[in-house]
Design a protein around this ligand. Structure first.
Ligand code: FAD
Length: 536
């Protein structure tokens, strides 16, 4: 099979145009051409009046070798690589030990699924509830019911990305094509086929909920076991080897191989690990606000007369500004046609994030606008100091919002001129439980406020209307990534505890659903190889 890259066609082309483009490129006849499949489809909207679709195609063709020779110097005609996933091994009939996975977010889900598919019958421990029960608790909190600190946007089956935009792309290097394995498992679990080939796939919240359930069913069918409402409260370590786990159920679980995939909000677990001397370092993360505009404005600016085209969908953006004070401000986790969500997991604290449905049909576009911060400069002195800073900012937001989980919000125009807001404009806030209009200028450190004040007008030069006075800022955004890194070695085990496999976003090895899933696969392989070695 040949892979052709960089085949460009206008937005509204016919299927026959695609075939013709292949024939033109290769200089061959229609009779020579076999089946064609789209491997990737992106678009180039730099000229919004002439948006181009860009294809990567896999094709069967007669006389492949002659064509490869003819295009020897053309990087856009190559043999298609084999992207099928191959298991590193399979468990023996009589297992000496069952591996444990702590946390059932995307990382734990894929670690658990892969271990189950390899026959290792993992035991998965998740502090939150199964996804339907969790949905009730989370949506209940958004409708002003009490926060359940063990069942919310951060905690429960499916992990942090369950109530999300479900963006499924990542910047990670993926030479072994693990990303394809993640996407194909998602398709088997009910995701639309298009996630395999569109350049920026997303699936939205409700589809994710059903997919997570199907993946759970597969793990159980393969002999895995999932225990909900079961938090790991302690790790037992003897002579540098993990020997067991204490669970919130009161049970002691002997265990020599555990994937630690607890996400970035397991602050109590991080503290416990630190106290057990598991090696942890502070790492950079970002803080800021959620910004909301009308989606129609973003669509118009990015796609002009093509706004609303079904292939393009709701427009996104990605922005970066390097400020005079040395800080970088950037957009993060942009959710086209979505809503801002209350993402708290601790009482007395407010934190924002964003989500959408597959249709991305809500009125507003939202995105985090955040400032990068670093341990040495901004929260020095202790590996867990970033958590203290996050908590402080989230507490300030809670107080400013009226101490009832409403979030503090301010119109962009007022924020830029330093005036408290008192009345909404055209852009209506999507955050529930609700927002309180106020002055956000003291809720983040001064350097962050001045950086964001400088960045928003700069972003307006790229997206006209971005600094529009009645756009809305809601605070605070503090959980952009983990504030710590739990260091692991080349064998994926903690640098000072054998058998403990720090993984996913919480340990600092992923950022987003896809990369967390990929990391889950890598760690499952490492656990399998270790168990197979132990079994020899
Ligand atoms: P998590 O998903 O955080 O999962 C960790 C799991 O561990 C949780 O279920 C938790 O309950 C459990 N746990 C924690 N401590 C313990 C313990 N002691 N014992 C047992 N279980 C424990 N990313 C994208 O790529 N695209 C998006 O569109 C997107 N949108 C997002 C929207 C929202 C609202 C949020 C909050 C996040 C979003 N993200 C998105 C980020 C993405 O969700 C995370 O990067 C990803 O979920 C990280 O996966 P993980 O498995 O490493 O950790």
């Amino acid at each position: 099979m040949l892979r052709l890259t960089d085949i460009k066609l206008p937005l509204d082309h016919q299927d026959t145009d695609l075939t013709q483009a292949i024939l033109d490129k290769l200089g061959c006849s229609a009779a020579q051409l076999g089946p064609v499949s789209v491997f990737k489809r992106g678009f180039d909207a730099r000229n919004k009046f002439d948006i181009q679709l860009i294809y990567t195609l896999d094709i069967e063709v007669d006389d492949q070798q002659a064509l490869l020779a003819k295009f020897d110097n053309d990087p856009h005609v190559r043999l298609a690589p084999d992207t099928r996933y191959k298991f590193v091994g399979h468990a023996p009939e009589a297992l000496n030990e069952r591996p444990v996975v702590i946390g059932l977010g995307p990382c734990g889900l894929f670690a658990g699924l892969l271990l189950a598919q390899m026959g290792f019958k993992p035991i998965i421990l998740e502090r939150g509830k199964e996804v339907r029960e969790r949905t009730k608790d989370t949506f209940g909190f958004w409708r002003k019911k009490p926060l359940n600190t063990e069942s919310n946007v951060q905690f429960g089956e499916g992990g942090a990305g369950t109530f999300s935009d479900g963006k499924l792309y990542s910047q990670v290097k993926d030479r072994k094509h693990y990303g394809r394995k993640v996407l194909s498992e998602f398709v088997d679990a009910g995701a639309p086929d298009e996630i395999m080939y569109v350049s920026k796939p997303h699936i939205g919240t409700f589809k994710l909920v059903a997919m997570v359930e199907r993946m759970r069913a597969q793990i159980i069918e393969l002999g895995g076991e999932i225990r909900f409402s079961t938090r790991v409260d302690n790790v037992h370590i003897e002579n540098g080897q993990l020997t067991g786990l204490s669970l919130s159920t009161g049970e002691h679980l002997p265990c020599r191989h555990a994937v630690l995939a607890v996400g970035h909000s397991a602050r109590d677990t991080f503290k416990m690990l630190y106290e057990r001397n598991v090696y942890i370092e502070a790492k950079p993360f970002s803080v800021g606000f959620r910004i909301e505009h009308e989606q129609s404005m973003i669509d118009e600016c990015r796609f002009g007369p093509n706004a609303g085209h079904p292939i393009l969908g709701a427009a996104d953006y990605k922005l970066v500004h390097h400020c005079k004070n040395g800080r970088a401000v950037y957009s993060f986790c942009m959710c086209p046609g979505g809503t801002v969500v209350a993402a708290a997991s601790e009482e007395g604290r407010v934190v924002t994030n964003g989500m959408s449905q597959y249709s991305r049909h809500e009125r507003n576009a939202n995105s985090a606008i955040v400032v990068g911060i670093e341990p040495e400069k901004d929260f020095p002195g202790h590996p867990l100091a970033g958590i203290d800073l996050q908590r402080k900012l989230e507490e300030q937001a809670y107080a400013l919002g009226g101490s009832n989980y409403d979030a503090p919000a301010q119109l962009i125009g007022d924020f830029l001129t330093g005036k408290a807001s008192s009345e909404l404009g055209e852009v209506k806030p999507s955050y529930t439980p609700g927002v309180k209009l106020t002055d956000l200028s003291n809720v983040l450190p001064d350097y962050a406020i001045s950086a964001i004040r400088e960045a928003i007008p700069a972003f307006d030069k790229q997206i006209k209307g971005f600094a529009k006075a009645d756009g809305l800022l809601t605070g605070v955004e503090t959980r952009t990534s983990s504030p710590i890194s739990i260091k692991r070695g080349a064998d994926f085990q903690s640098v000072n505890v054998n058998g403990l496999y720090p993984a996913g976003e919480g340990a600092g090895y992923a950022g987003g659903i896809l990369s967390a899933g990929i990391d889950g696969i890598k760690v499952a392989e490492a656990v399998a190889l270790s168990l197979l070695g132990d079994n020899k």
